[in-house]
Design a protein around this ligand. Structure first.
Ligand SMILES: Nc1ncnc2c1ncn2[C@@H]1O[C@H](COP(=O)(O)OP(=O)(O)O)[C@@H](O)[C@H]1O
Ligand SMILES: O=P(O)(O)OC[C@H](O)CO
Length: 503
């Protein structure tokens, strides 16, 4: 067993980060430093156009095996782990049998658009106001509620079994906790609950009104806890020792915590497959007039802190498209140097609406477009347009945030996620925002946020203030573009988006 500097008790934290394309596990030591990591990708299932599913057993097996691998790589055993923190892809929807633990269907992933027509019906029937006033969200297939309704309607016998109390609903955190605890706990946290479109973010309770509207039996919903709380204990046989699960948060909220955005006005943006920007608005759930989402940033000791969120569906995914679709690069890291070679005389703009547009447009049916191609346009111009599209989309979000929340004292943007490795993309982001962009040394902020919740609850890690002091800057990207050029470029982007939506 590993010895610890601060005594003989367990002093490490295991963070589980169950994402859209892979499951990861990280071990944090008593100083919140990462000492081991493990990662496994799993299959994506696309049974029809616009449908995206995960096999629940893949989510579980990759989580369990990466957790075991990380503990082993760190030279530890389960007995050295004081607590587990879980963070996860949000909104993805699972239903399983309470008695057998058997899922009734694959998980329906957040990106899945199968309920678009039903969402349009709900909107047309005038339910938009109730949904937004209650949940802070907009009616969209992105959220769990209509996916859950689809499962109850389409899987044979599901509705009757749910009404008889035989079926349980969960987002990915709930499913993993159920499996980790051997079916002893059916729980979630406030940040995951608030992405279901079934949760009243002001009352901090499941909304009976919306459950009734969608025909969701409330008995199948998990109990909702604070982000740092007792979520259950792992089965002893999993890691050779029972370990308490003491922290849970949806991945974007965990990144907000990991970036120590504890004060109102602080803003983070995470660049993974998609991009998610969250602005801390304190104890006020700000209602957006610009089609942003009002969401729970975190709930600690029963106190809720809210955020405005902008969700962009395609960020790093556009780089994957250059690599796997167009095959103009072999590695994501080649895109920045390639973009730097692009011809300044050409203005190629790519609107990457591959799965529609998220905030602030919410156009599920529009598709991507490229503008300004010339005979001389090639890989370099496309790479530049792809990386710049992420900056332009972030500016769209920040413009909407500024309009919704003028109190924001032009905050510095803290960035994280895989795509922040691209200096080119981060510099353009600062240029087009006309504001500095801070990249922390620790870019595993999502896992750090989950680890901090669990470690703080276990008494190992400091409270919010002490944690915020530990945040360390890697590099600030200062804006370099002059204002007329910046505004001209942004106006060209806006024209391109309008044309894409109209086409
Ligand atoms: N050097 C780079 N330049 C541009 N994009 C990058 C670079 N490194 C990684 N990416 C992009 O970052 C994304 C991976 O980030 P990650 O945070 O691991 O995403 P997720 O958690 O959504 O799977 C990929 O889409 C990849 O294309
Ligand atoms: O798994 P990620 O990092 O792509 O994040 C997915 C988001 O939580 C979806 O809302």
């Amino acid at each position: 067993m590993a010895t610890t500097e601060r005594g003989t008790g367990p002093s490490h934290v295991l963070a589980i980060d169950q994402g859209t394309t892979s499951s990861r596990a990280l071990i944090f030591d008593a100083d919140m430093a990462v000492t081991a990591t493990a990662q496994e990708e799993f299959a994506q299932h696309f049974p029809r156009s616009g449908w995206v599913e995960h096999d629940p057993s893949d989510l579980w097996s990759t989580t369990a095996s990466t957790a075991r691998a990380a503990i082993e790589k760190a030279g530890l055993t389960g007995a050295d782990i004081a607590a587990i923190g879980i963070t996860n892809q949000r909104e993805t929807t699972l239903v399983w049998d309470r008695a057998t633990g058997q899922p009734i269907h694959n998980a329906i992933v957040w990106q899945d658009r199968r309920t678009a027509a039903f969402c349009r019906e709900l909107e047309a029937a005038g339910h938009g106001e109730t949904v937004t006033a209650t949940t802070g969200l907009l009616i969209d297939p992105y959220f769990s509620a209509t996916k859950l309704k689809w499962l109850l309607d389409e899987v044979e016998g599901a509705r009757a079994r749910a009404e008889a109390g035989e079926l349980l609903f969960g987002t990915v955190d709930t499913w993993l906790i159920w499996k980790l605890t051997g079916g002893a706990a059916h729980v979630t946290d406030a940040t995951n609950a608030c992405r279901t479109m079934l949760y009243d973010i002001r009352a901090n309770a499941w909304s009976e009104e919306i459950c009734t509207l969608l025909g969701i039996p409330m008995a199948m919903l998990p109990e909702v806890r604070d982000n740092a709380a007792e979520f259950g204990e792992t089965r002893a046989d999993l890691f050779g020792h029972p370990i308490p699960i003491l922290g849970v948060a949806g991945d974007q909220q965990a990144a907000t915590l990991g970036q120590a955005c504890f004060r109102p006005g602080m803003l983070k943006s995470t660049y993974g497959t998609g991009c998610f920007a969250l602005l801390n608005t304190g104890d006020t759930p700000v209602r957006s007039s610009n089609r942003l989402l009002t969401t729970i940033a975190y709930r600690l000791d029963g106190e809720t802190t809210y955020a405005l969120e902008g969700a962009i569906f395609i960020a790093g995914a556009v780089v994957q498209w250059l690599r796997d679709g167009l095959r103009i690069v072999r590695h994501a890291s080649e895109t920045g140097p390639l973009a730097a070679q692009a011809d300044d005389g050409q203005e190629v703009i790519l609107v990457p609406a591959f799965t529609g547009l998220g905030a602030p447009y919410w156009e599920p049916d529009c598709r991507g477009a490229i503008f300004g191609l010339t005979r001389g346009s090639g890989p370099a111009e496309l790479a530049r347009a792809a990386l710049q599209s992420v900056g332009f989309q972030t500016r769209d979000l920040l413009e909407a945030m500024r309009a919704d929340w003028p109190d924001a004292d032009s905050p510095t943007l803290r960035v994280d996620g895989g795509m922040t490795a691209s200096d080119y993309a981060m510099q353009f982001l600062a240029d087009i925002l006309g504001a500095p962009v801070d990249r922390p040394r620790m870019t595993e902020t999502t896992a750090l946020g989950a680890a901090w919740l669990a470690g703080h609850r276990a008494g190992l890690y400091p409270g919010p203030e002490g944690f915020a002091e530990a945040w360390r800057l890697d590099r600030t990207f200062e804006p370099g573009m002059d204002e007329p050029a910046r505004e001209e470029r942004y106006a060209a982007w806006q024209r391109a988006v309008r044309a894409t939506i109209a086409s």
